[in-house]
Unconditional design. Structure first.
Length: 86
């Protein structure tokens, strides 16, 4: 769960951090006056697209094969047996 939250947060913040680095490299500072509303809106759209793409990419391989059933994790004779699909 934490991995997914961290991944989505990173994907969302990446465009803003890159734009801030670009402003720092070209203008020498990252003051709020340089962040126009139009650019912020564009960065927001890009950030949301990255988040949706990340969800689609990383969740596409997490499904069980067709015709299988899930057997939950259990402790049998003091030994942990992880959950699995059969």
């Amino acid at each position: 769960m934490w991995r997914q939250i961290l991944l989505q947060t990173t994907l969302f913040l990446t465009p803003f951090v890159l734009y801030g680095a670009l402003l720092l490299a070209t203008k020498g500072s990252v003051v709020p006056a340089h962040w126009s509303p139009r650019v912020l809106a564009f960065l927001g759209v890009v950030a949301l697209a990255l988040m949706v793409g990340g969800l689609m990419l990383f969740e596409s391989g997490n499904s069980a094969p067709a015709g299988t059933r899930y057997v939950p994790a259990e402790v049998r004779d003091g030994v942990f047996i992880p959950g699995r699909f059969e």
